[in-house]
Design a protein around this ligand. Sequence first.
Ligand code: FO1
Length: 318
Amino acid sequence: MRIVVLAGGIGGARFLRGLKQAAPDAEITVIGNTGDDIHLFGLKVCPDLDTVMYTLGGGIHEEQGWGRAEETFTVKEELAAYGVGPEWFGLGDRDFATHIVRTQMLGAGYPLSAVTEALCTRWQPGVRLLPMTDDRVETHVVVDTAEGRKAVHFQEYWVGMRAAVDAHAVVPVGAEQAKPAPGVLDAIAQADVVLFPPSNPVVSVGTILAVPGIREAIAGAGVPVVGLSPLIGGAPVRGMADKVLAAIGVEATAAAVAAHYGSGLLDGWLVDTADAGTVPGVEAAGIRCRAVPLLMSDADTTAAMARAALTLAEEVRP
Ligand code: FO1
């Protein structure tokens, strides 16, 4: 079975671990969000691609869900000693090596997709990890600051400001000019099922869908598209998805996110048992809906979620 998964960071990566356990023989292609990418210290950092690669490759810092395990921060301390910031983004020594290799290869003319493939040769994530595009896309968030209303890089909003201020708009800068990376449209065309994991629907899945051609390819693939709600009981399980959902005028509920993706895209939607009351409403919107436990508390629960998504996909298969 060929499965395509649109993944962001922590939630998507954790779901993928369960999907691999639930469907060990499946051929999984991950279309990774690159809107979170940031240039720091002359290096290109790809947080969502690295989170998937490290999580599935066994190198992730498990509690954090990002960055490497057994990390040290000597380089970061030395940079701070020179007064070179930003200090709010915690890049560890092991993680720096990934960004140095990536930046070196990009500088030699390799596209991000080739660089990602090369990095995955070391990590063997057990999935094909494709960036959504090889072109530069950076998500910026419009906030009010002491200097007035301005757009800041997503990481500055998410990490630097801890999303403590309201987001007035979320803009994937460069998305309109971006092209799907090599292999992305083919993977969607050949997929037996497409999954939207519990990633951030605005800055992760939403950013991937903003690359011209990707949404259309998924909507037109004629195969089941099934999503899993990143919200349980009206709140994000982790992260601050509610902050960016508010920016686009979408209520932070499982049903509202399903409606946001729309029945033109989604065939099935899994909500947590806590939100079982929303099932009829989602089904009335033309999206088959089931309530199952969605808290990825351990590997077996996550695998059960993945199995439920694949089962729902078979139920809605045209
Ligand atoms: N998230 C934080 O909350 N604090 C950090 O200092 C931080 C550093 C960091 C470094 C590398 C990396 O790949 C991810 C990092 N993240 C950090 C997480 C990152 O902001 C998010 O994983 C994604 O951008 C959102 O999914």
